[in-house]
Design a protein around this ligand. Structure first.
Ligand SMILES: Nc1ncnc2c1ncn2[C@@H]1O[C@H](COP(=O)(O)OP(=O)(O)OP(=O)(O)O)[C@@H](O)[C@H]1O
Ligand SMILES: [Mg+2]
Length: 174
């Protein structure tokens, strides 16, 4: 089974990343790992445990939004995050929250899970609006030896499901 790694911060761009990641995971019948890294930068002042809890519920919200919840089973697991099984396609969805250097941890996780594709958003929580790419996505593209898909938000998403079933594009979304 191949694996897609979707890296998300807590910005609205996470929905663009998850939407694409869920579509591809179902279409390709790949496992999906949803990753957020809590920065270990000492300049970022926050309570790490609180931040991890916030991210855990954000991941749950993302997963239930982008996979229809009547086909989503929660699997028992230990540690941070959670594991879900998306019924009809048998896709395993894992939520992971780790701390450390954001770019390094995304690249390390890609190796660890042997990710076939790493998906990041073009922008995140940062607010330097004039840049096309944020610093994390840019550095992941440079550093990670795997294929990286940079999702740009705001465009209407193509109907991947329709492609897999030969149906005409419609309102159905993953
Ligand atoms: N802490 C993180 N954990 C996981 N993925 C992240 C994290 N931060 C950013 N990303 C990924 O990188 C994408 C782009 O975010 P990035 O941080 O590069 O842009 P930005 O916040 O707009 O700019 P910057 O942080 O450089 O000010 C996000 O949509 C997400 O996919
Ligand atoms: Mg950022």
């Amino acid at each position: 089974m191949r694996t897609i790694l979707a890296a998300v911060d807590q910005s609205h761009h996470a929905h663009d990343v998850m939407s694409r990641a869920a579509e591809l995971a179902v279409l390709l019948r790949n496992d999906l790992v949803v990753l957020s890294v809590v920065s270990s930068d000492p300049m970022k002042q926050f309570n790490i445990v609180e931040e991890q809890n916030r991210l855990a519920s954000f991941h749950r919200e993302l997963i239930f939004k982008h996979f229809p919840d009547n086909s989503l089973a929660v699997e028992p697991h230990g540690g941070n995050g959670g594991v879900y099984r998306y019924g009809t396609a048998g896709v395993r969805v894992q939520s992971r929250i780790i701390s450390g250097n954001v770019v390094d941890k995304i690249c390390e996780c890609a190796e660890e899970v042997n990710a076939d594709i790493v998906i990041v958003g073009s922008r995140g929580l940062g607010n330097i609006g004039s840049l096309v790419l944020g610093s994390v996505s840019e550095r992941v593209v440079h550093k990670c030896p795997r294929s990286v898909l940079v999702v740009k938000g705001g465009l209407e998403s193509p109907d991947w499901q329709g492609l897999s079933t030969g149906q005409k594009s419609g309102a159905s979304r993953v």
